[in-house]
Design a protein around this ligand. Structure first.
Ligand code: FAD
Length: 480
C-alpha cells in the first residue's frame, strides 16, 4: 500500500519526534517511523535521561553519607540499592516515554513501528512485524502486511548513533561493556576501568566512584573532556583525583585480556607499559552514526567520514531528503538534534530564518563536579584572532557554595576587548549545567560583559559567580 504524506521521519529520538511536532504545527501531514517499541531514542532510553537519573541517585547516596556535617544525623548505615535505583530510573524513563506518545497524538502525528529505509526518490519502505500498528495510541497508518510504502514530499533521516567498539576488543556485554550494556548491569562492580575521558566516560567514572567502585579513567588525549576549555579540564582532573579516581591521560589501551575474575587491561603511557586488573571495563571512545541499511545510496544521499553530508539547513545531497542529530557531523547532543530537526522542517515549510550557530550550543557534562560551557574557549578565541581578556571566579569565594558544601570549581568568562562582547562562558562546579543557561542567553543576544555585570544577580545564589567572573574579566573583581 502507498500512503501520501508531506513528511516521513525515520527515527523517533529527540531529533525525530521534536521535528514531527514542529512539522505538524506547520501544517505538514507527518509520519514518524521508529524501529523500537517506544519513542525517545538513545537520549531517553540509553543516554541523557537514565544516566542522569542514576547520577542523581548516586549524588543522594553521597549526600546522605555526608549529611552529618550539615547536622543531619542518619542512624545506622546508608546503603545503595541498585535494584531500587533502577526502578526509579525506569519510572522516569517511562513517564517521559508516555509524554512523547501524548505529544505525538495531540499533534496528530502518524506513527509506524518498523525499520525504515529509503527506496529511491523520496519513497520510504517500512518493514514491520505487524503491519505498522502501534501500541502507544498515537494514530497508526493501519496498514496490513510486513512492508508499508510511504511516498512523502520530504524525508527526514534521524536514526541517531550507536556505541563504537574498541578495535580488536568488541563489547561482549559481560566484562567489556559499552554504555548501553553498563546501564543494564544490576550490580555495582568492585572495580571499573573507563576507557575514554569524554562526556560519557567521565559521567560513568563519576557515577561509579560515588557508589564506592574503584575507578580508573584512561584518556588517549592529554586531558579529560578535551572539547572544553583547558583550565576546566585541569580542574576536573584535580577534583576527580581528590575523589579517588585514578586518571591517566595521554594513555592508550594496548591490550585487554580476559581473566578468571575479570580483565587485565594493559596501557601505553609515554612509552611506558602498565597493567590494571578490573572487574569490568567501559568502552566510551565515541559513537558511530546509524547509516547502515538505510538505502542512502539508492536515494543519492552522500556520506562523508561516516556521517551524512548536509547543507546548513540540513538538506542532504538528495533534494527533499534531510538529515539531523547524531547522523550528521555536528555536536552529538540531544538539544542539537532537536534544534536541527526544527530547522529542517522549517526549511521544508519555507519559514527557516537562519542556520544554527554552533558557537552558541551549550555543552553540559553531569559528572561531579559538573562541567558546562557555551561559546569559545580562551584558546579558540585567540586562534580566531580576537583580542581576549578573561576573568575567573572560584566557587570557594561564594556564600551559596559554602552553604551547599560545594566549593570546588570556577566560572570563567572569555570576552573580546574591542566591543566588550562575551565570547564564551565556562563553568566547572556544582549546578554548572543549570547555571550555563544565563550565558546562553548572553551569547544569543550578543551581550557585552558590562551588561552581564550590570544584570543584578540574586544573593545568595551560585549565579553570582557568573557576574563575578564577568567583573574579573573587566579587571575589577569585587569578591576575589
Ligand atoms: P537517537 O536518540 O539515537 O534516536 C534515533 C532513533 O532512530 C532511535 O529511536 C532508533 O531506534 C531509531 N532508528 C534507527 N534506525 C532506524 C530505522 N532504520 N528505522 C526506524 N527507526 C530507526 N546528549 C545530551 O544532550 N545530554 C546528555 O546528557 C546526554 N547524555 C548521554 C549519555 C549517554 C550514555 C549517551 C550514549 C548519549 C548521551 N547524549 C546526551 C547524546 C544524545 O543521547 C544523542 O545526541 C541524541 O539521542 C541524538 O538524538 P537523535 O534523535 O539524533 O538520535
Amino acid at each position: 500500500m502507498t500512503r501520501e504524506l508531506d513528511l516521513v521521519i525515520i527515527g523517533g529520538g529527540p531529533g525525530g519526534y521534536v521535528a514531527a511536532i514542529r512539522a505538524s504545527q506547520l501544517g505538514m501531514r507527518t509520519c514518524v517511523v521508529e524501529k523500537d517499541p517506544q519513542f525517545g531514542g538513545t537520549c531517553l532510553h540509553r543516554g541523557c535521561i537514565p544516566t542522569k537519573a542514576l547520577l542523581h541517585s548516586a549524588a543522594l547516596f553521597e549526600q546522605a553519607r555526608d549529611a552529618g556535617r550539615f547536622g543531619v544525623v542518619i542512624e545506622g548505615s546508608v546503603r545503595f540499592d541498585p535494584a531500587k535505583a533502577r526502578g526509579y530510573r525506569d519510572q522516569v524513563v517511562q513517564k517521559n516515554a508516555r509524554g512523547i506518545d501524548f505529544l505525538l497524538r495531540k499533534n496528530g502525528v502518524e506513527t509506524i513501528h518498523g525499520w525504515g529505509r529509503l527506496a529511491g526518490g523520496n519513497r520510504v519502505e517500512v518493514a514491520t512485524e505487524d503491519g505498522g500498528a502501534q501500541s502507544s495510541g498515537a494514530q497508526s497508518s493501519g496498514a496490513q502486511g510486513s512492508t508499508v510504502e510511504l511516498s512523502p514530499r520530504y524525508v527526514l533521516l534521524a536514526t541517531g548513533s550507536a556505541p563504537r567498539d574498541l578495535p580488536g576488543y568488541p563489547a561482549d556485554g559481560e566484562t567489556i561493556l559499552d554504555s548501553d550494556q553498563l546501564l543494564e548491569q544490576d550490580r555495582v562492580p568492585e572495580s571499573l576501568v573507563v576507557i575514554g575521558g569524554g562526556a560519557v566516560g567521565v559521567e560513568f567514572a563519576s557515577l561509579y566512584a560515588s557508589l564506592g567502585t574503584s575507578v580508573a579513567l584512561v584518556e588517549m588525549l592529554d586531558r579529560l573532556v578535551p572539547n572544553e576549555d583547558e583550565e576546566v579540564s585541569a580542574e576536573l582532573e584535580r577534583c576527580f583525583r581528590r575523589r579517588g579516581i585514578a586518571v591517566s591521560t595521554s594513555t592508550r589501551v594496548a591490550a585487554i585480556e580476559r581473566q578468571a575474575s575479570g580483565l587485565k587491561v594493559t596501557f601505553d603511557a609515554a612509552g611506558e607499559r602498565r597493567s590494571l586488573e578490573c572487574e569490568v571495563a567501559l568502552v566510551a571512545i565515541g559513537r558511530r552514526p546509524n547509516i547502515d541499511d538505510l538505502g542512502l545510496e539508492v536515494a543519492g544521499v552522500e556520506v562523508e567520514e561516516g556521517c551524512v553530508r548536509v547543507s546548513q539547513f540540513q538538506e542532504t545531497a538528495a533534494s527533499g531528503i534531510y538529515a539531523i542529530g547524531d547522523l550528521v557531523k555536528t555536536p552529538w547532543l540531544a538539544h542539537v538534534a532537536s534544534a536541527e530537526g526544527i530547522l529542517a522542517v522549517e526549511h521544508m515549510a519555507g519559514v527557516a530564518e537562519r542556520p544554527i550557530d554552533y558557537d552558541r550550543v551549550p555543552s553540559c557534562t553531569y559528572c561531579d563536579p559538573e562541567v558546562a560551557s557555551v561559546g569559545l574557549t580562551e584558546s579558540e578565541a585567540r586562534q580566531r584572532g580576537h583580542e581576549v581578556a578573561v576573568g575567573k571566579f572560584p566557587f570557594s569565594a561564594l556564600g551559596k557554595s559554602a552553604i551547599l558544601g560545594k566549593t570546588e570549581g570556577f566560572v570563567k568568562v572569555v570576552r573580546e576587548t574591542r566591543y566588550d562582547q562575551v565570547l564564551g562562558v565556562h563553568i566547572v562546579g556544582a549546578h554548572a549545567t543549570d547555571l550555563i543557561a544565563e550565558a546562553c542567553v548572553a551569547l544569543q543576544v550578543e551581550t557585552t560583559t558590562e551588561e552581564l555585570v550590570r544584570t543584578i544577580h540574586a544573593h545568595p545564589t551560585l549565579s553570582e559567580a557568573v557576574a563575578e567572573a564577568a567583573q574579573a574579566a573587566l579587571g575589577r573583581p569585587l569578591h576575589a
